[in-house]
Ligand binder design. Structure first.
Ligand SMILES: NC(=O)c1ccc[n+]([C@@H]2O[C@H](COP(=O)([O-])OP(=O)(O)OC[C@H]3O[C@@H](n4cnc5c(N)ncnc54)[C@H](O)[C@@H]3O)[C@@H](O)[C@H]2O)c1
Length: 256
C-alpha cells in the first residue's frame, strides 16, 4: 500500500463517485483529506464517513468555478497545515451529450468552467506553496475523452483534451520545482455521473451494452479502481512520473 501519511490533500468533487473513492482511499493511506464539493450535504456525509472509518477529514464546501472560493480554500489548507498543501486532486467534473450543433454556448461554457477553469484556479492557488516546499503532486481527472474523440460528447471531449493539455503544460513549466503534475484518463466508471447519462436513453440496458463494448475488459470500472491510480500518483513512490496521462481504461484505447 502506498503511503500518504502526514500529507494534506484537497480532493474536489469528493461527495460522489470517483472523488468520494479517492477521498476515502487517501484517508486510508494516512492523508488529511479536505473533502471539497459544492454539494454541501454530500460532502458532509463523506467527511463523516471518513472520520467514522478512523481517517482524517475536513469538510470544505466550495464551488471550483469561483476563483475566490478556490483561493480561500487554498489559504485555509495552508494555514491549517503549516504552509503545506501536499496533494491536489482536481476531480470535480460535469458532462454533456451533444455534437457541436446541439451544444449551446452556455453548455460549452459550463463544462469549460467546471472541467478546466476549476483545475486552473485551484492549481494556481496551491502551486506557489508547493514550489516553496519543493514538493507536491497535482492529479487531474481527465478521461479517455481527453485522448480520443467520442461521438456526441463535443463539449466533454474538448474540455477533457484541455485538461490533458493543462497537465502537460504545467509539468513542463514546473518540472524543476519538485512539483509533479499528472492526469488520469479513466474509461467508463460506474458512478452517478454515468447513471445520469444512462437515464437519458430510452433503453438503458441496451445503452449499457454499447458503453462497455469498446473496453477490452467488457465492463465498467469501479470508482476504487481509479482511486488506486490517484493514490499512486499522489505518493512519493511515483517520484519519476510527471506530465503523464495515465490510462486506467480497461483497454478502451487499446482498440482505437
Ligand atoms: N464516471 C465516468 O465514467 C468517468 C470517466 C472518465 C472520467 N470521469 C471524470 O471523473 C470525474 C468524476 O466523475 P464522477 O463520475 O465521479 O462524477 P459524479 O457526478 O459522480 O461526481 C462529480 C462531483 O463533482 C461535484 N461538482 C460538480 N461541479 C462542481 C463544482 N463546480 N464545484 C465543486 N464540485 C463540483 C459534484 O457535486 C459531484 O459530487 C469527472 O471529472 C469526470 O469527468 C468520469
Amino acid at each position: 500500500m502506498f503511503s500518504l501519511r502526514n500529507k494534506a490533500a484537497i480532493v474536489t468533487g469528493a461527495a460522489s463517485g470517483i472523488g468520494a473513492a479517492i477521498a476515502e482511499s487517501f484517508a486510508r493511506a494516512g492523508a488529511r483529506v479536505y473533502v471539497t464539493d459544492c454539494n454541501e450535504a454530500g460532502a458532509e456525509a463523506m467527511a463523516r464517513r471518513i472520520e467514522e472509518q478512523g481517517g482524517q477529514a475536513r469538510l470544505a464546501v466550495a464551488d471550483v468555478t469561483s476563483e475566490a472560493q478556490c483561493q480561500a480554500l487554498a489559504a485555509r489548507v495552508l494555514s491549517e497545515n503549516d504552509d503545506r498543501c501536499d496533494v491536489l486532486v482536481n476531480n470535480a467534473g460535469v458532462g454533456h451529450v451533444g455534437t457541436i450543433l446541439t451544444t449551446e454556448p452556455a453548455d460549452l461554457e459550463r463544462l469549460w468552467q467546471v472541467n478546466l477553469k476549476g483545475a486552473y484556479y485551484l492549481s494556481r492557488a496551491v502551486l506557489p506553496a508547493m514550489i516553496r516546499r519543493r514538493a507536491g503532486s497535482i492529479v487531474n481527472l481527465a478521461s479517455i475523452a481527453g485522448v480520443t474523440g467520442m461521438e456526441a460528447r463535443f463539449a466533454y471531449v474538448v474540455t477533457k483534451h484541455a485538461v490533458v493539455g493543462l497537465t502537460r503544460a504545467m509539468a513542463m513549466d514546473h518540472g524543476q520545482t519538485g512539483v509533479r503534475i499528472n492526469c488520469i484518463c479513466p474509461g467508463r466508471v460506474q458512478t452517478p455521473f454515468v447513471d445520469a447519462r444512462l437515464k437519458e436513453y430510452g433503453d438503458p440496458a441496451d445503452y449499457l451494452k454499447q458503453m462497455v463494448a469498446p473496453h477490452a475488459l467488457k465492463r465498467m470500472a469501479q470508482p476504487w479502481e481509479i482511486a488506486a491510480a490517484a493514490v499512486y500518483l499522489a505518493s512519493d513512490e511515483s517520484a519519476f512520473v510527471t506530465g503523464s496521462a495515465m490510462l486506467v481504461d480497461g483497454g478502451y484505447t487499446a482498440g482505437k
